[in-house]
Design a protein around this ligand. Structure first.
Ligand code: TRP
Length: 324
């Protein structure tokens, strides 16, 4: 096969947490060495929830900064803003004309909305169609996503096959690549780390805020001198993400031995998290200090992505009978 195209989108809806980092940001960045990677900031998709224009622009810029700080290399991967390539909205319309309503009625974001008695917008309902357009317009072979997005990649495959059957081979049919770690990052309360559980640690917080968050991890009332069970402790699980083998074994031994309080373990966890992210934090501050940098990366990315999208759209317009 020619160099595979890898594509992933990130919705700019707020500050990322370390669950996003280990579950999605880092694995996505690792893919930049395995083919031609396209990463975009899904600002069209974010419009289903973010209605403050200032906030949307700020989130979009912040996500770009976060990815660059975490190691996305613009010389290897194409980083761009979804709305800088508006052809994707054109393709979404065309795809919507072959999308059966029941297929979208079956998608979980829409169903969840209905279950909560909320009135879904058409944008939310049609969200998977725009996502299919994102994937198909860049001839993507591999789409590394979390398990929650698998259904959307299935929809994409269906739509690509349908279009190919109707109009000839216009689209590459992509494979999902489910990122295995997504569901295993523990939150402060031991459940999966998730914004909706309010149990997250932000990726780039202020030092004081991080310390406070970690010191507030709930623990049982075992006295300081008594032995403690490291299994199932959120402190140990989180520590494992940052510390080396020997440090983790030391913490587990100190738990079992007794004589060390939870406060001390939390301090060790804080140090590990704070120093673990120090290089990325410093890099982020450097990049943020250069006001034009992020925008120049996004613009260069949009030029590359836009050329590819336009080539796909020429093929699609020709095949479907649009234009002369
Ligand atoms: N729906 C994805 C999410 O919420 C973001 C996204 C939009 C995406 N378009 C995409 C992911 C295309 C992969 C491919 O996380």
């Amino acid at each position: 096969m020619a160099t595979p195209h890898i594509l992933s989108g990130i919705k700019p809806t707020g500050k990322p947490h370390i669950g996003n980092y280990f579950g999605m940001i880092r694995p996505a960045i690792d893919w930049q060495d395995r083919g031609k990677a396209f990463y975009f900031i899904a600002d069209y998709h974010a419009l289903t929830t973010v209605t403050d224009p200032k906030l949307l622009r700020q989130y979009t810029r912040d996500v770009a900064l976060d990815f660059l700080a975490c190691g996305l290399d613009p010389a290897k991967a194409v980083l761009f803003r979804q709305s800088d390539v508006p052809q994707v909205a054109e393709l979404a319309w065309i795809l919507s004309c072959v999308t059966p309503m029941p297929m979208l009625e079956n998608c979980h974001a829409y169903k969840d909305h209905l279950a909560k008695d909320k009135v879904p917008s058409h944008g939310l309902f049609a969200y998977p169609v725009l996502m299919a357009a994102d994937i198909l317009i860049y001839d993507s072979n591999v789409v590394p996503v979390g398990r929650d997005q698998k259904q959307h990649v299935e929809v994409t495959r269906d739509l690509a096959q349908k279009m190919n059957a109707l109009y000839g081979p216009v689209f590459v049919v992509p494979e999902p690549s489910i990122l295995p770690t997504v569901e295993t990052i523990p939150g402060l309360d031991g459940r999966k780390m998730s914004k909706s559980y309010n149990n997250t640690l932000e990726l780039f917080p202020e030092e004081k805020a991080l310390r406070k968050k970690i010191m507030s991890i709930p623990t049982d009332s075992t006295p300081l001198e008594a032995p403690k069970d490291p299994a199932g402790s959120a402190i140990v699980s989180l520590y494992r993400l940052f510390a080396d083998e020997a440090q983790v074994r030391q913490m587990e031994a100190d738990f079992r031995q007794g004589g060390t309080g939870y406060g001390e373990f939390k301090k060790r966890l804080f140090e590990a998290v704070w120093t673990g992210f120090a290089p990325m934090r410093e890099r982020r501050a450097e990049l943020a200090a250069d006001p034009g940098y992020v925008e120049s990366v996004l613009k260069a990315g949009a030029a590359q992505a836009g050329a590819l999208a336009e080539a796909t759209m020429r093929r699609v317009r020709l095949a479907t009978g649009l234009g002369a």
